[in-house]
Design a protein around this ligand. Structure first.
Ligand code: MTE
Ligand code: MO
Length: 499
């Protein structure tokens, strides 16, 4: 009899664990579909990040998107168990702590533990509150029915009913998630070629693994939605990919008019690339990095055969720039961003990416490329801006942490295609310099790197500077200038007080 009750308690715990874990995950799915804030997406990325790169790419190449789906399923089950354990453990702890309020305190502690677990994974408190509450409530619902010495069969029946209720909830939440995914398809449609999506997903996990682990540090790859936007109009033009075409005209052997399908048909390339606006100040935040998918501009220009020195690039919003063809040698026409279809705000259906150049040249909603013989400047040049050459090096400070009396400075740095070789930090007003710890370099140098520098304060106030050494060994210039008209220069600085 005693062991019977024990077994019942154990299996009840197991049911509670699974039901609460699965319900928390389902709630997250209902809210975010397969977007970046879905706990399983984040968790899967972390899991993939821990596996060696050669292994992940090997498996992905062999098994393609099936491998990705399997890893999502595996991560989903594993995460349900982890969050369920947090809920059940939390309820047990909480309900014992204050016996007279055992239920509310139990639910609270259960939800708090699930919240904590999910927050560590997703990194957004707002995104995990509801899943945590659902997980806590479901765990409490089962556990308050612990069969005692009474009529076990009656309890069993109500447990079966509760399992049914949870199953219904999960079916509804799942349907809501699928519906939401369909609704947001325009903004979040997965890349048409599944293989492309798999490759970008792999690059996202590679970047997650390359990143530094410091509290509140800006991630190496910006989530879509967090990536900065600069648009000459209050809202982006909405271009229908099916009606859209890209024309290649001017001094060419053969004029081309490419459909969206034609563009997708060219050899696919993937790039890590940072974009920084010319108007970005030293302390500004108009600089971000993404994984881009597209084709090489050169492949298209080769098909047309060019007889001029420059290209005039036009966007659907009457935005335009002319560029020397030599700048387009390694340029990309991007139609994918972080494994998803290029979002409308970032240039759907197709935008340009120009290595080592300021953001303004990365024409969005591209509609035509005209080959011309002379330079004709561009949209922002008409307004007095310059900066057609390489981007300036920049070092940013994002965040100050104070772990037990020490000061930890977190930031990121970018130096165009030269790459960031080192970041140096001075905490004595520029007299002495020390090297910061850098994130692993991504395979494409035209990307930012994170940095962290920690020190023990030894006076009331420290005057801190940070500067970048680029891949060619050049030290970032000290002189502070405003972004207008050539792009900001100078060392970032902070005055930090010991606390
Ligand atoms: N067609 C078009 N392309 C454009 C712009 C624009 O307003 N229209 N803004 C440019 C500027 S100034 C920058 S910094 C980048 C910003 O790209 P993002 O909005 O994807 O971050 O796009 C560039 N390409
Ligand atoms: Mo810009």
């Amino acid at each position: 009899m005693r062991t019977q009750i024990m077994n019942d308690k154990l299996s009840l715990r197991a049911v509670a664990l699974f039901a609460s874990g699965v319900s928390a995950v389902a709630t997250s799915f209902a809210m975010y579909a397969t977007g970046g804030s879905f706990v399983v997406s984040s968790f899967n990325r972390i899991v993939l990040g821990y596996l060696p790169g050669w292994f992940v790419s090997g498996v992905l190449q062999r098994f393609g998107s099936v491998a990705l789906e399997m890893s999502m399923l595996f991560s989903g089950v594993l995460l349900s168990v982890v969050l369920g354990a947090a809920a059940v453990g939390g309820y047990a702890l909480g309900s014992r702590a204050l016996p007279s309020y055992n239920r509310p305190v139990g639910v609270f502690v259960a939800a708090a533990l699930v919240f904590f677990g999910a927050f560590v994974i997703v990194g957004s408190a707002a995104a995990v509150v509801a899943p945590a509450v659902v997980g806590g409530v479901v765990a409490a619902y089962f556990l308050r029915r612990t069969p005692g010495s009474g009529d076990v069969d009656v309890e069993r029946r109500s447990i079966v009913r509760a399992v049914g209720g949870v199953a219904m909830f999960n079916v509804v939440a799942h349907a809501a998630g699928l519906l939401r995914r369909d609704q947001t398809q325009r903004a979040e449609r997965e890349l048409q070629q599944r293989a492309s999506r798999v490759q970008s997903e792999h690059m996202l996990s590679e970047a997650a693994a390359a990143g530094l682990d410091a509290e509140g540090i800006k991630p190496l790859i910006a989530e879509i939605g967090e990536f900065y936007k600069v648009d000459i109009n209050p809202s982006p033009p909405s271009v229908d990919a099916d009606a859209w075409s890209l024309s290649i005209t001017g001094l060419v052997d053969e004029e081309l008019e490419l459909s969206y399908e034609d563009v997708l048909g060219y050899d696919v390339v993937h790039r890590y690339k940072t974009i920084r606006c010319l108007s970005d100040g030293i302390d500004g935040d108009t600089m971000d990095t993404a994984v881009w998918t597209g084709c090489r501009v050169e492949d298209i220009l080769e098909a047309a055969g060019t007889n001029g020195e420059y290209a005039m690039l036009n966007g659907a919003d009457d935005y335009w720039y002319s560029l020397p063809l030599s700048d387009l040698e390694d340029a990309v026409l991007a139609y994918g961003m972080n494994g998803l279809e290029l979002p409308q705000a970032h240039g759907y259906p197709v935008r340009l990416l120009v290595p080592d150049r300021w953001g303004k040249l990365h024409v969005k909603w591209l509609t035509d490329i005209e080959i011309i013989s002379e330079d004709e400047s561009g949209y922002w040049e008409e307004k007095g801006w310059h900066g057609m050459g390489p981007v300036n090096a920049v070092t940013k400070i994002d965040r100050i942490n104070r772990p037990s009396g020490r000061i930890q400075i977190c930031g990121h740095a970018y130096a165009g295609a030269r790459g960031v070789e080192a970041v140096e930090v001075s905490v004595d007003g520029g007299e002495t310099w020390n090297e910061a710890t850098l994130s692993q370099p991504l395979p494409d140098p035209d990307t930012e790197r994170q940095w962290v520098y920690e020190f023990e304060p030894d006076r009331d106030s420290h005057e801190v500077y940070a500067r970048t050494i680029d891949g060619e060994g050049s030290v970032q210039p000290e002189e502070r200038t405003e972004p207008y008209p050539n792009g900001a220069t100078g060392w970032v600085s902070r005055t930090l007080r010991a606390e």
